[in-house]
Design a protein around this ligand. Structure first.
Ligand SMILES: [Zn+2]
Length: 232
């Protein structure tokens, strides 16, 4: 532990975002106990798993994966709240950086040209100050070296929060909220890895894919989310 870290912790103690325990100099945002309690997904295939099967009937997705199980009573719930709402997006970057390599060895991200985070609307981005999906995507960039692409996909409408909506309400709430624009990056014939924080029904990711395919009909899509809220 560095002298300065010790000194800062003495006067400005940091606390675990899950259990509130005071952190020591080697811990960041999460204490080691809570870090060990996060449940990693146990899927063993990037081309046949619950996330992919949820999307297969609606969208053509090559491969997909998630790192952690998520539900409202899980420890990951508090981690997600911290990442998304409490100004701790770097925690998302670190969790993705350390957990994505497992998926990379199973083929996810292989042959990918660009990593595309699901965007927030401009108003929500300005209010929050950051896009948590972009930070998670940065963790994937750090572990793979694949370039980030943030100039193509745009959230044109600020939809209502999805938190308390049913599956059918989520589908309706996210219909036609994204557009993909032709700019410096042509995605036709390219493969992208679409990245979001959590997948619940796939409504947000589904509308992102629709928008991308409308503008780039031959783009190939893979998906990675840090959390998975569906069946185990
Ligand atoms: Zn803790």
């Amino acid at each position: 532990m560095s002298f300065w870290r010790t000194l800062v912790d003495l006067f400005l103690p940091r606390h675990c975002v899950v259990c509130g325990t005071e952190l020591d100099g080697t811990e960041q945002d999460l204490c080691n106990v809570c870090l060990c309690r996060i449940s990693p997904v146990t899927w063993t295939s990037a081309t046949d798993n619950p996330l992919l099967r949820t999307l297969w009937d609606r969208h053509d997705v090559e491969a997909a994966g998630s790192s952690f199980y998520y539900n409202a009573s899980s420890d990951f719930h508090n981690i997600f709240i911290a990442i998304k709402y409490q100004g701790c997006p770097k925690l998302g970057e670190r969790l993705a950086r350390f957990s994505f390599p497992v998926w990379h060895t199973m083929g996810l991200g292989q042959g990918v040209d660009y990593i595309v985070p699901v965007p927030l609307s401009l108003s929500r981005r300005l209010k929050r100050g950051y896009n948590q999906a972009e930070w998670i995507a940065s963790g994937v960039v750090a572990s793979t070296g694949i370039p980030l692409c943030t100039d193509v996909l745009v959230r044109s409408k600020s939809n209502e929060t999805q938190t308390h909506k049913s599956a059918s309400q989520r589908q309706e709430n996210t219909r036609n909220i994204f557009v993909a624009r032709k700019g410096r990056t042509d995605l036709n014939g390219r493969t992208i890895l679409l990245v979001d924080d959590i997948m619940t029904t796939g409504a947000t990711l589904g509308d992102s894919i629709r928008a991308l395919r409308e503008t780039f009909p031959t783009v190939r899509v893979q998906i990675y989310t840090l959390g998975w809220a569906g069946e185990r």
